[in-house]
Design a protein around this ligand. Structure first.
Ligand code: INI
Length: 154
């Protein structure tokens, strides 16, 4: 059986963007730190890493679409934190962010990863932003590194 899979080694030439939603930035800034750390640890060059800031997770898909359309990036890592409140707002924002990221990814055929937390409360978000449940930004960028490698062999 031929197994086709990516590895976790970047050449240093890959051009990558992180899109970060500023909403809940106490959390999302930690996700960016994790994503940057993963990119550099796997051999990425800081000069080839751009950070694009948007107001909230709802805006991530529109900017993702533009970045992929530009042809400047080999892949994009999306991070954000949608935290449930007392109204249905959470459901709309998280659904649009999820659907929108998937749609833009399918449209452009480039590697994109989803590091947008959707949590019931701030504690769950803190746990996933560099404390007891790890750092989802780091995990999301690590996934992107693997996909960048895999796409070269597909
Ligand atoms: N945006 C988030 O990224 N996280 C949230 O938890 C959130 N909540 O709960 O309101 C949120 N709302 C803002 C939204 O993403 C848009 O920026 C805003 O509606 C303007 O379009």
């Amino acid at each position: 059986m031929n197994i086709i899979e990516g590895n976790l080694a970047l050449s240093g030439n890959e051009k990558v963007a992180i899109i970060n939603a500023r909403f809940n930035h106490i959390i999302t800034d930690r996700l960016v730190e994790g994503a940057k750390d993963a990119f550099l640890r796997h051999g990425g060059s800081e000069d080839n890493l751009d950070l694009v800031l948007v107001p909230g997770a709802f805006e991530i898909p529109f900017v993702l679409d533009k970045l992929l359309e530009s042809g400047k990036y080999d892949g994009v890592c999306c991070v954000g934190a949608v935290i449930r409140g007392s109204t249905p707002h959470f459901d709309y924002v998280s659904a649009e962010a999820t659907k929108g990221v998937a749609n833009a990814t399918m449209k452009h055929g480039k590697p994109v990863t989803f590091g947008i937390l959707t949590t019931d409360n701030i504690e769950q978000a803190i746990e996933r932003a560099g404390s007891k449940a790890g750092n989802k930004g780091f995990e999301s960028m690590t996934g992107l590194v693997e996909l960048l490698s895999l796409y070269k062999s597909l």
